[in-house]
Design a protein around this ligand. Structure first.
Ligand code: FEO
Length: 392
């Protein structure tokens, strides 16, 4: 149990070893499941719990600190990495009420088999007194599930936003010590789970403007004593602004597509466009997702396999479609041996991305001088689009 302010403690768990979330999202730096204990004059509240794997740590922290009574467990979010220990906490503190909004309550009943009688249902703007301190509840939906709300501790000016503003980072630092070091993990986290909901996030940021926030204590990663840093970063990431930047994920079987990627990336660089080439046989999802936060253009490169796209390119297209990036322009380059439906297949797979398609370039076999000229034309077209969009 570690103090973050007077009578407010961090009682959650650091997960140094976890390397995958949702069996999908890489966690190169581990993560933490933050739970906070607020000891008010009259009432004691636990803010969120921890992943079921780490229940023992949370319970140990509470017991060894001599916590004999918990009146409320605020459950901001139904996902089990924060709610998964609620049943165990209730076994130890059976009189505690689970505080949740209507949507979150229904989810917790479905996911954890809790009973209606376990809950104190709140709604936006409600307050809950702990005696000398007051919790105020704010709906902050779609960060990244629809039910999520946040708690503002009025007297201490601390915001507890659960996943919102979090970062997957296992560290012994309770507070952010180095803002430039947390920027990457926080952006990666935003990119992987928050970015499809940027419109709703902008709404949530607007809603938070009226609160005087002096500290943000998220449920993953360290606590921000300078909230402006992460709020400003979110405002930038969640805006519709893009950069003069092309993402070029590719896979190649017999070098034709790789040769096109090599030529095309140089062609873009020669024209003053920033480009990142990602070999899809070796790239991890977090890097792709982070690129999508900024890229004005995505060009996906694939050979043809059994008439369609290479499955690795298909995976990238599926991922891009799921993350619905703000990317403004898209194209496809690649190759085939005797016939191909690769372009139609990949563009079909990215139908949720509201980007303008620029004429793809597909070669039969190894690229020829004509094909390189077409790649130069594609680079020219991208430069023209970026200039029209005032990106260069
Ligand atoms: Fe950290 Fe959406 O759970």
């Amino acid at each position: 149990m570690r103090k973050i302010a007077d009578n407010i403690y961090s009682v959650g768990a650091i997960d140094w070893d976890r390397r995958l979330f949702d069996e999908l999202i890489p966690l190169p730096d581990g993560t933490s499941y933050n739970s906070y204990l607020i000891k008010g004059q009259e009432k004691t509240v636990l803010i969120d719990t921890v992943d079921p794997e780490k229940t023992e740590i949370l319970i140990d922290n509470l017991v060894s600190a001599g916590v004999t009574k918990i009146d409320y467990i605020v459950a901001h979010h139904g996902e089990q990495d924060h709610s998964g220990s609620i049943n165990d906490v209730l076994l130890l503190y059976p009189d505690a009420k689970v505080v949740a909004n209507e949507k979150c309550k229904k989810m917790l009943i479905d996911l954890l088999c809790l009973d209606e009688s376990n809950f104190l249902t709140i709604k936006e703007g409600d307050t809950l007194s702990l005696g000398d301190r007051t919790l105020e509840f704010i709906d902050t939906p779609w960060v990244h599930w629809p039910e999520t709300f946040s708690t503002y501790l009025q007297e201490d000016k601390i915001l507890f936003p659960c996943d919102f503003f979090g970062s997957h980072l296992a560290t012994s630092d309770i507070f952010v010590e180095n803002e430039s070091a947390i920027y990457g993990p926080a952006k990666r986290y935003y990119a992987e789970i928050m970015s499809p909901f940027r419109r709703q996030i902008r709404g949530n940021l607007k809603k938070l403007e009226k609160f005087n926030i002096e500290m943000i204590a998220p449920s993953h990663g360290p606590v921000y004593k300078n909230p402006k840093f992460i709020i400003d970063a979110y405002a930038k990431w969640a805006s519709e602004d893009v950069k003069n930047y092309v993402m070029l994920p590719y896979v190649s079987m017999h070098d034709s597509t790789r040769k096109m990627v090599e030529y095309f990336s140089q062609s873009l660089m020669d024209r003053g466009v920033k480009v990142d080439v990602f070999n899809l046989t070796d790239v991890e999802l977090g890097k792709l997702a982070m690129g999508l936060v900024d890229a004005a253009t995505i060009v996906l490169a694939s050979p043809t396999m059994l008439i369609g796209a290479h499955p690795s390119a298909g995976y990238a297209a599926f991922l891009v479609n799921a993350l619905r990036p703000k990317t403004k322009f898209m194209s496809i380059i690649g190759s085939y041996g005797w016939g191909s439906k690769m372009v139609d297949q990949l563009t079909g797979m990215m139908s949720q991305v509201k980007a303008e398609i620029i004429e793809p370039v597909v070669t039969k076999g190894y690229p020829t001088e004509d094909d390189y000229a077409k790649l130069d034309e594609l680079a020219d077209a991208i430069v023209a689009k970026h200039k029209e969009a005032s990106l260069m």
